[in-house]
Design a protein around this ligand. Structure first.
Ligand SMILES: Nc1ncnc2c1ncn2[C@@H]1O[C@H](COP(=O)(O)OP(=O)(O)OP(=O)(O)O)[C@@H](O)[C@H]1O
Length: 639
């Protein structure tokens, strides 16, 4: 949304003024109509408001400690829910019905929602189920076999990338998930070429394809990765007609949906859907509940939505843990259902020769499930649960392909993903190529690391060419768990600036890195965009940004921005850097989680420095960035 800033994590243990004001309004209205306010209801109302600020979709009366963990006594969850159920402020609509707009709160599935967020969740679930239930009519896929084999030579040996692409032919809704470098973009390039080929075989128009991502930076990366994937398809001899049909640019989701000034509504919605046949969204873990709802509603009937992402990354800063909820609803298992296996057999390989005739139902099912198991690492998987409408809509890519000679990241990322603190510490202490562990370090500017940290930025300050400086600007970042505090991004950034340019520095000194903190369509600058300040020959400061060409701005005209030598891990989502310094706080904080550490370390391309106390790392790795949400239950139709 133009002009809106993203909330960043701060160490905050108390309700906000806005949460108290909400309860005060309800209290005054209770009194105005002569009723005695029920303090348990008002307290829950405050917590429901606070919960949204903390990234939850709702407040769970059984888990108030997720929000405020100061040892206080809380009401009994069932008694609390009973009080809420009898309150005039709380609606309890049927699962698929809209809540009463006169009621500010909704109690559903044991969770207390602000009505607006309950509606986002309900509408999102309805939108996803609409797409999931409108799968393509089954057609004979044999005419695509030759193209498919050219695109996926490993298809018949259980290649999950091939499976994802094949499923896209029969699904209107598909989630392709996997860690960094597992080939999500590569798969999508090939999958899109396959969809184009399918249209050509069917004699229908080439599908209109849109690529989008939550931030400008992520959209740029998506476009670049896709361009590389298309170049490698051309080199492999894929039909140039298919390659030419793929889009060359990716947009932010806001741009795709079409903002209307600063209003929260978009030009494209259910009544005015997007003019595309295929919409692909990268970095889906960063998309929050309201935006995902608006996106899904804007996808027209009959069009495809393909979401790419890594569910182990931090959830969106704002409310909702949407990708994780979707993946939970789809089930961890991605074995092919029998009907899909049969439909995709011309591409992925025929069912076993021992397969019985198709009319032998039960036996066919048994035989098919032998065939369906992927030949890869997942052969131990159980059959896909048939219960969820989303099962069979997700493929999890598991093999990492991005090899770095310099950085041995994979075992560390895997241990962090699993929250295995002992293994992470053993790996860090044992020494991994490209990884430096500064045990107990609370300050990357301390003498023994100071010059290593500052050297790349001192070099940046010697550059004059904006394009070269911008390329250099992406090389190194300090990533912090928090924005505030001694090890927070704000203070560290200021100290790095002082170390580079002195206490008396000008605000826009030569070589200063900038981070845009809000979307501005007027400038074509977006939350998360990184720029660099350079002084021209006359000493005037110009802030340079990449994206659609190299563009210079007078710093005074920029939208809200901060320094960018040190940023929060949240702000770094969707970006990669040659060198990452992860600075953990000196004491444990509930903001630090395994998802935060996993996200931070997987931003590194060739070098990683970890500055952390062992106990802080252990505590963070033992914690999930848990979010309260009813989305998975709604998608499984359990709510
Ligand atoms: N099947 C494959 N065989 C060989 N190399 C592959 C394969 N799939 C992907 N790669 C290579 O692995 C690298 C990472 O691929 P890609 O960018 O598609 O991954 P990604 O999952 O989209 O990464 P990210 O999470 O960073 O966006 C690329 O260099 C790509 O060429």
């Amino acid at each position: 949304m133009s002009g809106r800033r993203r909330y960043e994590p701060a160490e905050r243990e108390g309700l906000r003024a806005v949460d108290r004001a909400f309860a005060d309004v309800l209290r005054r209205q209770d009194r105005a109509r002569g009723a005695d306010p029920d303090e348990r209801v008002l307290q829950a109302a405050m917590l429901a408001s606070f919960a949204v600020g903390e990234g939850h979709a709702a407040f769970d009366p059984a888990r108030p400690q997720l929000l405020i963990d100061d040892g206080r006594e809380w009401p009994d969850a069932e008694a609390w829910r009973a009080a809420l159920a009898s309150s005039l402020w709380v609606d309890a609509p049927q699962a698929e019905a809209a809540a009463d707009p006169a009621m500010p709160l909704v109690l559903e599935g044991g969770l207390l929602y602000l009505r607006r967020y309950r509606e986002y969740e309900r509408r999102l679930a309805a939108g996803l189920l609409r797409l999931a239930q409108s799968d393509s009519a089954r057609s004979d896929l044999s005419p695509l076999t030759r193209t498919f084999v050219a695109l996926f030579p490993q298809a018949r040996s259980g290649d999950l990338q091939a499976r994802a692409a094949a499923l896209a032919l029969v699904r209107k809704l598909l989630f392709v998930t996997g860690g960094p470098g597992t080939g999500k973009t590569t798969t999508v390039a090939r999958l899109l070429a396959l969809l184009v080929a399918q249209a050509h075989v069917a004699g229908v128009e080439t599908p209109r394809i849109a690529l989008a991502a939550p931030t400008g930076r992520a959209a740029d990366r998506m476009a670049q990765s896709l361009a590389r994937a298309v170049a490698s398809m051309r080199a492999a001899g894929i039909d140039p007609v298919l390659c030419d049909a793929l889009p060359g640019e990716a947009r932010t989701l806001h741009r795709l949906l079409g903002p209307i000034g600063d209003r929260p509504r978009f030009r494209h919605d259910r009544d005015n859907p997007l003019p595309y046949d295929v919409v692909v969204v990268d970095e889906a873990s960063m998309v929050d509940l309201p935006l995902m709802c608006k996106l899904v509603e804007a996808v027209p009937d009959g069009a495809r939505l393909i979401l790419l992402g890594d569910r182990d990354q931090l959830p969106s800063v704002e409310a909702g843990d949407v990708l994780a909820a979707i993946v939970d609803a789809a089930g961890e298992d991605d074995a092919l259902a029998a009907a899909d296996a049969a439909a995709l057999a011309p591409l992925l390989g025929a069912p076993s020769r021992r397969a019985p005739p198709a009319n032998d139902g039960e036996a066919a099912q048994r035989q098919m499930s032998l065939f369906e198991r992927p030949a890869s690492a997942d052969s131990a998987e159980a059959a896909a649960p048939a219960s969820s409408p989303l099962s069979g809509h997700r493929v999890q890519l598991r093999q990492g392909y991005r090899q770095s000679q310099a950085l041995e990241l994979a075992p560390l990322a895997e241990a962090a993903r699993l929250g295995d603190g002992e293994r992470v510490l053993a790996l860090l202490q044992g020494g991994l190529r490209g990884v430096a562990y500064h045990v107990g370090a609370t300050d990357p500017l301390a003498t023994f690391t100071r010059e290593t940290l500052l050297a790349p930025w001192r070099e940046l300050a010697t550059l004059a060419d904006p394009a070269v400086a911008l390329e250099h600007a992406a090389r190194q970042r300090v990533l912090c768990a928090l924005r505030d505090g001694a090890q927070g991004a704000a203070r560290l950034n200021a100290r790095i600036e002082e170390a580079l340019a002195g206490a008396q520095r000008e605000t826009y000194f030569h070589g200063r890195l900038l981070l845009i903190a809000e979307n501005s369509y007027r400038h074509g600058l977006f939350n998360g965009d990184i720029g660099v300040c350079l002084r021209d020959a006359d000493g005037a400061a110009v802030a340079w940004f990449g994206g659609a060409g190299v563009r210079g701005f007078h710093p005074a005209t920029l939208p809200a921005h901060t320094g960018a030598f040190a940023v929060t891990v949240h702000k770094a989502q969707g970006s990669e850097f040659d060198t990452v310094w992860l600075q953990m706080p000196s004491a444990d904080t509930r903001v630090a989680s395994r998802e935060l550490i996993y996200t931070a370390i997987t931003r590194a391309r060739s070098a990683l420095h970890v500055c952390a106390d062992e106990s802080v790392l252990r505590a963070a790795l033992s914690r999930h960035a848990a979010r309260v949400s009813g989305l998975a239950a709604r998608l499984r139709r359990e709510m």
